[in-house]
Design a protein around this ligand. Structure first.
Ligand SMILES: Cc1cc2nc3c(=O)[nH]c(=O)nc-3n(C[C@H](O)[C@H](O)[C@H](O)COP(=O)(O)OP(=O)(O)OC[C@H]3O[C@@H](n4cnc5c(N)ncnc54)[C@H](O)[C@@H]3O)c2cc1C
Length: 583
């Protein structure tokens, strides 16, 4: 008997129900009620307390973490500049995507970063002044101080928390100020340089608890057909290179009358595009994939924020200066990560230029050079490094050093980040099967400038820990102990007097990432300025892969905003279509 079932058809198919896909689907369903299906590879755990309770985070990624089932393992290929290590880089694999498993740090980058993205994308909508409206629409900000209404939203879906004051707050601030880092209360207004208040996208639910604001928890999906456990294998095109539907891994097909929008994240979006025939021709031919459109930029331009975490033993754990804050616990400490500040720094051009020059990244000096010839890293008000002083040994394991006690307040940590990488890597295919992971090669630290910037971030943390009054509370850094992968190497404790060689050795063996990969389907090359994939019809991309340039801040606040922006662009076109039809 012939199967006469007609495959389901929708106006819009959105692939990937993550940080960007959910706001996009939700906002589109409100702006132009229409038939929309949201296809998510992972399950729906929207109300699972492991996900909704931000304090369950350490359990998500512990070695026996029961929630590993909810993450994609995007470990890199061996990284030559990091002692050939394969560096873990997880991403959410469930409805809400990485917003369901992240740390929730909520920030904006410098206006210069958005200006560069706008230039590369070829449209002013990505400039800070234009993004500001979208940022405001997304959030309900915790800080209602006078004057903040110009800069923050107070009735958006994503609630934030902040303003907790921990016992070491004053010491961290005074030490940072002695080192020349000023407290910056206006950090979200386009220049984050300095010490800024920690804000997280959690909603206070009582005086001592909060709830994660992951995308499917806070956006209304009632107007969307949400289908979880539905990984997509490829986008289907007709002979006019128009995206007309998708094939799922389980063999089902679905069709789109208007558009297909891919929101699968930095690693999976370029893989899906390539499996569908859109990507570098040679790469597709290598795997026997029919070329729909030769798009050399797909999977290229991969960059990420590199991190090094150090743990500092406290002199007097009994004083309750770190989690569990014995004797000093205040109810609100239960509402978020134990951290008062993020510390953003700009490396001045006089220091950074020679390093970029050594990498051959600066144009040779010429008196006639126009301003645009300046390397983007040298533009004013960009921040190259970020440090989080956290009153808890975040992600420390017994293998790193068994003396780090997670439960009795013996240690705090400093997470140092290089947030404007110049190295660029790639995502390529390991095979033509959608079930095989892609090859992820960020080429971490493949420029001396990247190593220099990460070392500068590490020095910033070491200087902070070595400056009074914070140093009065610190015994010293607790270095890693030899492990099977570095059995013959001992790593001395680091401090402000450590040599570059000692810091670099630590970086090469322990540099990680806090999972902010971006850039592999960039606006301005792979995409036009309305997120449309160049060279084909009816296909857009909207997620962390669209950044043409690094964003010097944790990215999710911006990614939520991009989802909203993309929905408004699509809905605007629908409005124009209707006007044309009526005229
Ligand atoms: C552990 C961790 C901590 C982080 N901490 C922070 C932080 O504190 N602050 C911050 O700003 N950022 C943080 N980030 C980064 C931030 O969360 C991500 O940059 C952002 O969420 C990425 O959004 P996205 O929409 O690009 O992808 P995602 O949110 O990852 O969504 C992609 C979705 O697509 C789905 N998908 C993939 N392939 C397919 C397919 N073939 N078919 C169907 N569905 C598919 C995935 O399952 C996933 O749900 C963190 C990330 C992680 C992993």
């Amino acid at each position: 008997m012939t199967n006469t079932t007609t495959p389901p058809t929708y106006d819009y198919i959105i692939i990937g129900g993550g940080t960007s896909g959910v706001p996009l689907a939700s906002r589109l369903s409100v702006l132009c009620p229409t038939s929309i299906v949201l296809l998510e590879a992972g399950p729906d755990q929207t109300t699972n307390s492991f996900i909704t309770n931000p304090n369950a985070f350490p359990g998500l990624f512990s070695s026996d973490g029961s929630a590993r089932q909810w993450t994609h393992d995007h470990s890199t290929t061996p990284q030559p500049h990091c002692n050939n290590r394969c560096i873990p880089n997880p991403a959410g694999r469930l409805l809400s995507g990485s917003s369901a498993v992240n740390v929730g740090v909520w920030m904006r980058a410098s206006a210069t970063d958005y200006e560069l993205i706008a230039e590369r994308a070829g449209h002013g909508r990505f400039a800070f002044e234009s993004m500001l409206d979208v940022f405001k629409r997304v959030e309900t900000h915790w800080n209602k101080s006078a004057g903040n209404e110009d800069w923050h939203g107070f009735d958006g879906p994503v609630h934030t928390v902040g303003g907790r004051k921990y016992p070491l707050r004053k010491a961290v601030q005074e030490s940072a100020e002695k080192l020349g880092h000023k407290y910056n209360p206006g950090a979200t207004q386009g220049d984050p340089t300095g010490l800024i208040d920690m804000t997280q996208c959690f909603r206070a639910t009582s005086s001592s608890t909060s709830e994660r604001q992951h995308s499917s928890r806070v956006y209304d999906l009632s107007g969307v057909s949400v289908q979880c456990e539905s990984p997509v294998a490829r986008v289907l095109f007709n002979e006019d290179k128009r995206a007309v539907g998708v094939e799922l891994i389980d063999g089902r097909n679905m069709f789109a009358r208007k558009e297909v929008i891919v929101c699968c994240g930095t690693q999976k979006t370029p893989q899906l595009l390539m499996l569908s025939g859109v990507g570098p021709k040679e790469e597709l031919e290598k795997h026997g994939i029919d070329v729909v459109h030769d798009s050399p930029g797909v999977g290229q331009n991969l960059f990420d924020h590199s991190s090094l975490t150090m743990y500092f033993a406290l002199k007097h754990p009994e004083q309750g200066l770190a989690l569990p804050f014995t004797g000093t616990m205040k109810p609100e400490y239960g509402q978020g990560m134990p951290c008062d500040f993020s510390l953003f720094t700009n490396i001045p051009p006089s220091t950074l230029s020679p390093v970029l020059e050594a990498d051959g990244l600066l144009p040779t000096s010429n008196a006639d050079d126009e301003e645009e010839d300046i390397h983007p890293h040298l533009r004013p008000k960009r921040c190259h490094t970020l440090v989080f002083p956290i009153y808890y040994p975040v992600l420390a394991t017994p293998e790193y050093n068994p003396t780090i006690d997670l439960s009795s307040g013996t240690h705090m940590s400093m997470v140092s980040l290089q947030i404007l990488p110049v190295s660029r890597g790639s995502i390529t295919l390991s095979s033509s099967s959608p079930s095989d992971p892609p090859l992820i090669d960020p080429r971490y630290l493949s420029t001396s400038a990247d190593l220099f910037m990460l070392r500068t971030a590490v020095r910033c943390a070491l200087n902070l820990a070595s400056t009074s009054p914070l140093s009065d509370h610190i015994l010293g850094e607790t270095p890693p102990v030899p492990s099977p992968s570095n059995a013959n190497t001992t790593f001395p404790a680091l401090d402000a007097n450590s040599t570059d060689g000692e810091i670099d050795a630590r970086i090469r063996q322990y540099k990680g990432t806090i999972a902010h990969p971006m850039g592999t389907c960039a606006l301005g090359t792979v995409l036009d300025s309305e997120f449309r994939v160049n060279g084909v019809e009816g296909l857009r991309v909207c997620d962390a892969s669209v950044f043409p340039e690094p964003l010097g801040a944790t990215p999710s606040a911006t990614i939520f905003a991009l989802g909203e922006m993309c929905a408004a662009l699509i809905a605007g076109e629908r409005g124009m279509e209707r006007e044309e039809a009526n005229s």
